[in-house]
Design a protein around this ligand. Structure first.
Ligand code: AMP
Ligand code: MN
Ligand code: MN
Ligand code: MN
Length: 284
């Protein structure tokens, strides 16, 4: 259970915006040499029972997971929870409320795209949605590729659906306090997901980490599909500065879209304390 463990503690299934089922993900993780796995669907624990069963069938050690959408300083931040009781009523209800409003937001995104001459995107995106409560920008991106507006989903996020671009609708997610609170009260550890991806100023980022720590947050993703080598160095330093545990996860969504496959990541640096060293009792 040291820092060389091939742990992949961040990925998505059809229960949120991934394209594979929890069962297929478990088999793919096992085949790729993953030694500890977590399915972390956005704002949703509806896939956890399936992931637990599939991991067990594959002989794959498993931690429960979720990736909670949070609004901090006007920016969307993702908080991964690991090793919690996925039946905890306050967590389940908090996630249900966080999902609420996604359909209305999606209708507004579609209306905004219609204004630039791309009609009926809501309806088109729906056929990619596996969970009616979890329509995501990823589903919009897949439909925009299908109809030839863009050639791949990365291009969609450069031209549409993001701040200042057609199809972007500002949205208020959970608070940092609530997300960290739900996870820790349910026996889990809260982790700041892919910190290298946010557009914070250095002062805002410092405030995020300071507040996260004060609220009981304990970890940060150091190695993720979204981090380059300098991000890894930077957030290794943050682990020391803020006394945080380090996590590792691919953020795999789809064989067709994701650059990083399950388990295909650099090792954690030897100088950090892996989050899994504090979660051994929660592994199933
Ligand atoms: P939502 O939760 O509906 O705002 O959708 C966010 C999801 O969109 C993320 O979890 C990613 O899966 C996807 N996404 C966001 N930005 C990008 C990007 N630049 N490239 C590819 N996918 C992205
Ligand atoms: Mn996603
Ligand atoms: Mn994320
Ligand atoms: Mn993710």
């Amino acid at each position: 259970m040291g820092h060389l463990l091939n742990a992949d503690l961040h990925c998505h299934s059809v229960v949120s915006d991934g394209t594979l089922t929890p069962e297929v993900l478990a088999q793919r993780a096992k085949a790729n040499g993953v030694e500890l796995w977590s399915l972390t669907d956005h704002d949703e624990v509806g896939g956890q029972a399936r992931a637990i069963a599939a991991a067990q069938a594959a002989g794959l050690p498993y931690l429960t997971g979720a990736e909670i959408s949070v609004t901090f300083a006007g920016i969307t931040v993702h908080i991964v929870g690991l090793g919690f009781d996925h039946t905890d009523p306050a967590l389940v209800e908090g996630l249900r409320r966080t999902r609420g409003g996604r359909e209305e937001r999606a209708r507004e995104m579609s209306d905004d795209l219609a204004k630039v001459g791309i009609p009926n995107v809501f309806k088109g995106a729906l056929k990619y949605v596996g969970n009616p409560e979890l329509i995501s920008r990823s589903h919009f991106a897949r439909y925009l590729v299908e109809i030839g507006v863009c050639s791949e989903t990365g291009e969609v996020f450069r031209k549409y659906l993001t701040e200042g671009k057609p199809g972007f609708v500002p949205h208020r997610w959970a608070t940092l306090r609530d997300a960290v609170g739900w996870i820790t009260a349910a026996g889990g550890i809260a982790v700041i997901a892919h910190p290298g991806r946010y557009s914070f100023t250095p002062n805002e980022e410092y405030a995020l980490f300071t507040e996260f720590k004060a609220l009981g947050g304990q970890g940060v993703e150091v190695v993720t599909g979204a981090h380059n080598a300098s991000d890894v160095v930077k957030y290794t330093g943050f682990c020391q500065e803020f006394d945080l545990l380090a996590s590792r996860g691919s953020d795999f969504h789809s064989p067709d879209e994701s650059h990083t496959d399950l388990g295909q990541l650099p090792d954690l640096p030897g100088s950090v304390t892996p989050v899994w060293t504090r979660l051994e009792a929660r592994i199933q």
